[in-house]
Design a protein around this ligand. Structure first.
Ligand code: PLP
Length: 382
């Protein structure tokens, strides 16, 4: 059957307005007929709730991450929320995290009932461990480091702080599938590591999905209850809980994508290395320091730029989908007003939010397209 470019929902379709796009879903799912075949099997079996595809993807995901368990849930946000709930986090508790993240990190903490306490980031855009220690109070229950853009945080230091103060670590690994820190997979970092399968993530499905990796048998059992109404069996409810199962149809897509994630990761890294090489010598651009003992998987490729907003507009006008992730940090969002922060509270975060620009590095970008982006940036700065 001929592939149509319009099988995806409206918001994920390429508009054709930009030639070098962040969105690449039509190409990525060009083999969608293979997935439909597998979905048809599920439909024939009527195996829609958890079932064998969810079991399989959990087993494969745990294997990939060297963890004892992987628990499929409804989204990356639910992965974070349910991990906090598995720890018993509730009203009056505090969770230390970064103000330089996506809204869902903070949303999970707030909807779990806890107070987000921000610690500023370092020059690598990730939470600064020295800042974490200064924010610990008698109410602190957990640290939520975000492996932003697919770069693992400084986990040796964060784990030392957590063990000194008896805190759990709920890692936001939504950008970080296949990232490694000193040889350890992203899933092995923290009490829990939470992943997203959102359509724009490195491993993506046809809607929402998420996964929690953990080595704790106790926490894994609790999470399996929490995601499925607290059911230990059809007629036994151990605790009243949530409905956040990984959808079986999405599990089929995730299994398909797990076969490709090695290639996706390698090409994102190769394209990012090429941008690093080309952009490093432009004086108005700051390429972050890259560390030898981490594998960064570049869910986002970000650099800091002088006159960032003007450069973004220039690139977009020339067909390049340059994006800002995100211009207003969490502590300055209207939703965070109850925390009483003001501009200047987290200076490194605010500087990065004002200067960082993301360039497309997905697996379908070509060397010619990357050269064009670099030439445009050079032309912009004259
Ligand atoms: C850093 C971060 N955390 C959490 C999430 C939430 O993931 P999901 O969209 O699957 O709920 C996202 C998603 O965009 C994210 O970027």
């Amino acid at each position: 059957m001929k592939m149509t470019r319009n099988f995806l929902p409206e918001q994920y379709r390429q508009t054709g307005a930009l030639e070098i796009n962040h969105s690449y879903l039509q190409d990525q799912f060009a083999d969608h007929e293979l997935i439909w075949e597998k979905i048809r099997e599920v439909v024939k079996r009527g195996d829609f709730t958890l079932g064998s595809e969810v079991d399989k993807v959990e087993t494969e995901f745990a294997k990939l991450n060297n963890t004892r368990h992987a628990i499929g849930v409804g989204s990356g946000t639910d992965a974070l929320f349910l991990s906090l709930k598995a720890l018993g986090i509730d009203k009056g508790d505090e969770v230390i995290t970064t103000p330089y993240t996506f809204y869902a990190t903070i949303g999970a903490i707030v909807t779990a009932g806890a107070k987000p306490v921000f610690a500023d980031v370092g020059e690598d855009y990730n939470i600064d461990p020295c800042e974490i220690e200064r924010k610990i109070s008698p109410n602190t229950k957990a640290i939520m480091p975000v492996h932003w853009s697919g770069k693992p945080c400084e986990m040796d230091a964060i784990e030392a702080i957590a063990s000194k103060h008896g805190l759990a670590i709920v890692g936001d690994a939504c950008h970080a599938i296949k990232a490694t820190y000193k040889g350890r997979q992203a899933g092995e970092l923290g009490t829990f590591a939470c992943f997203s399968f959102h359509p724009l993530k490195n491993l993506n499905v046809w809607g929402d999905g998420g996964m929690i990796a953990t080595n704790s048998d106790e926490m894994a059992n609790k999470l399996r209850l929490l995601r499925n109404h607290g059911l230990a069996g059809r007629d036994e409810c151990r605790l009243f809980a949530y409905n956040s199962r990984l959808d079986t149809i999405q599990a089929v897509v995730a299994l398909h994508m797990l076969e490709k994630i090695g290639h996706i990761t390698k090409s994102r890294i190769a394209h990012s290395n090429y941008f690093d090489e080309c952009l490093r010598d432009i004086p108005q651009i700051t390429v972050p320091h890259r560390e030898a003992d981490v594998v960064q998987v570049y869910h986002l490729y970000m650099v800091r730029c002088e006159r960032r907003d003007e450069l973004q507009r220039y690139l977009v006008a020339h067909g390049v989908d340059a994006k800002v992730h995100y211009p207003v940090p969490m502590h300055l969002q209207p939703a965070a007003a109850f925390l009483g922060h003001k501009p200047g509270d987290f200076p490194v975060t605010e500087t990065i939010a004002a200067q960082a620009l993301s360039l497309p590095v997905h697996e379908f970008i070509t060397r010619e397209q990357q050269d064009r982006v670099v030439a445009l940036i050079k032309a912009f700065y004259g």
